[in-house]
Design a protein around this ligand. Structure first.
Ligand code: SAH
Length: 456
């Protein structure tokens, strides 16, 4: 098989990157972006390696029953919604299979994978978005997204996953910026001012807007900020973020509050949470409540336990379970998130909570530090683990085992690292309970999972 060959095949699988998978007559695996399990397709080979081929979908000769019309014209160029063109029931099945295959690959085929849970809401669920800013032929600013695997900004601010108000705010803010002669940042030259618009909203419809700039300030900054907030009274917090680095990291270190409060407040699992712009907050509010509810059920607290919430962010998981526990210690690396967590404990009248700012990937024994700073042992504790995509560390898992922690609830946004870490827990004497996938990110290739680990 060589590049540019035209092949015809039946697609037998769909992976979490949105590629249909098939096989050539001689058994070579072919990945075809945009093809769906059950499709018979004609595709052009665009990449040849020793173990697989990549082909571009030319035409669907016979469509799969799982295929449905895409309701977003930008899905293919954006690359965010890899399941946009398939039936949602089938998307859930794919995600469930992905979790199961991660556990098989990690040498844990015996682990039970529960039925994937979902709120069923497929659109407008995101409470956060970051839009790069570009400039059109007429010199006008636009918000959009980077075309998949590139740094070309495509002008679309009406993403199906975000609330419509985000697009409205982007367009109006950028039209105002045009009148103040604000320029768009250009990655190639490192010139131009406005890099990104970063938006967040809460359940009450309030919005935080953060304008990311390559410079110290915007022209007529206070005037511009005032006009934005006059136009959109729901913007209760308006920040400017300074990022003068030549980097694809969106946010710089320096935040300046221009108007309103330095945080957004939201209600989650019946508790109030302040969210600063630096802090992590789950992007799908309702599905997050579903997830934390399942985590709480699995934790099955009796009331006297000590909660140790590792990778705690602004304290959401620990605080959502505190009514059934005795005390809470959280550990988090982002100082502003730790500040929010302390504030959030107070806001909810929780006195028996402490939060440490520390890096869990350093080899410092963290439970030893928790014990040193807040006393007690871990014989009646529940450890909550909610790490970022790369998972947690062997050292931390071993320390958890050495401290005879009886129960661990592990929440993960990456089935592969979850399975890898569960295998380490197993080596260290823990039994792995049923893993429940939860669809926090419908239409995208991501899936969250939660499971309970119990010391044997
Ligand atoms: N449990 C929180 C946050 C989960 S996201 C919630 O549900 O909202 C993962 C969190 O881990 C983020 O807040 C991130 O800042 C934090 N984090 C990432 N790496 C870390 C590390 N090495 N040490 C401590 N915290 C870390």
């Amino acid at each position: 098989m060589t590049k540019n060959d035209l092949i015809q095949l039946t697609v037998t699988d769909l992976n979490n990157l949105g590629s249909g998978v098939g096989h050539t007559g001689d058994g070579m695996t072919v990945f075809i972006p945009g093809a769906v399990t059950g499709d018979i397709v004609s595709a052009r080979v665009i990449k040849v390696t020793k173990t697989y081929l990549v082909a571009k979908l030319e035409s669907v000769l016979a469509p799969s029953p799982y295929r449905k019309g895409s309701d977003c014209g930008a899905a293919l160029s954006c690359g965010g919604c890899v399941y946009r063109h398939v039936d949602y029931e089938y998307e859930k099945e794919c995600k469930q299979n992905y979790v199961a295959s991660a556990f098989r690959k990690a040498g844990l085929p015996e682990v039970r994978i529960g039925k994937i849970q979902s709120t069923g809401a497929l659109a407008g669920y995101r409470n956060k978005a970051q839009y790069p800013v570009g400039v059109d032929r007429n010199g006008n600013l636009f918000a959009g997204f980077f075309a998949a695997n590139t740094h070309r900004v495509i002008p679309i601010s009406d993403c199906r996953l975000t609330p419509p108000i985000f697009g409205e705010i982007c367009r109006a803010v950028l039209a105002l910026c045009d009148t103040y002669s604000v320029t768009a940042y250009d990655e190639q030259s490192g010139k131009g001012l406005l890099r990104h618009l970063y938006l967040r909203c809460n359940g009450a419809g309030e919005v935080m807007l953060c304008m990311v700039i390559n410079g110290k300030q915007l022209p007529h900054e206070q005037e511009l900020a005032g006009e934005i907030c006059k136009r959109f009274p729901q913007i209760v917090s308006l920040f400017c973020n300074v990022n003068c680095e030549n980097t694809n990291v969106i946010l710089g270190e320096e935040y300046r509050l221009l108007v309103g409060k330095p945080y957004l407040e939201d209600t989650l699992c019946g508790k109030r949470f302040r969210i600063s712009p630096q802090s992590f907050y789950q992007v799908n509010h309702d599905a997050c409540e579903l997830l934390y509810g399942i985590a709480k059920e699995k934790a099955d607290l009796r009331g006297g336990e000590r909660l140790v919430d590792l990778y705690c962010g602004i304290g959401t998981i620990g605080l959502s379970m505190i009514d059934r526990a005795n005390s809470l210690v959280g550990v988090e690396v982002v100082p502003e998130a730790v500040e929010c967590a302390r504030e959030n404990a107070k806001l909810n009248g929780v006195a028996n909570a402490a939060f440490l700012c520390a890096d869990l990937s350093e080899n410092e024994p963290m439970l030893a530090r928790v014990a040193k700073e807040t006393g007690g042992d871990f014989s009646d504790s529940l450890v909550i683990l909610d790490p970022p995509r790369k998972g947690t560390t062997r050292a931390l898992i071993e320390e958890i085992a050495q401290n005879s922690v009886p129960k661990v609830v592990y929440i993960s946004c990456n089935p592969d690292t979850l399975a890898r870490d569960c295998a380490i827990f197993k080596e260290n004497g823990y039994q792995i309970g049923e893993v429940t996938p939860v669809d926090l990110f419908p239409r995208t290739g991501h899936v969250e999972s939660v499971c309970l680990l119990t010391r044997k």
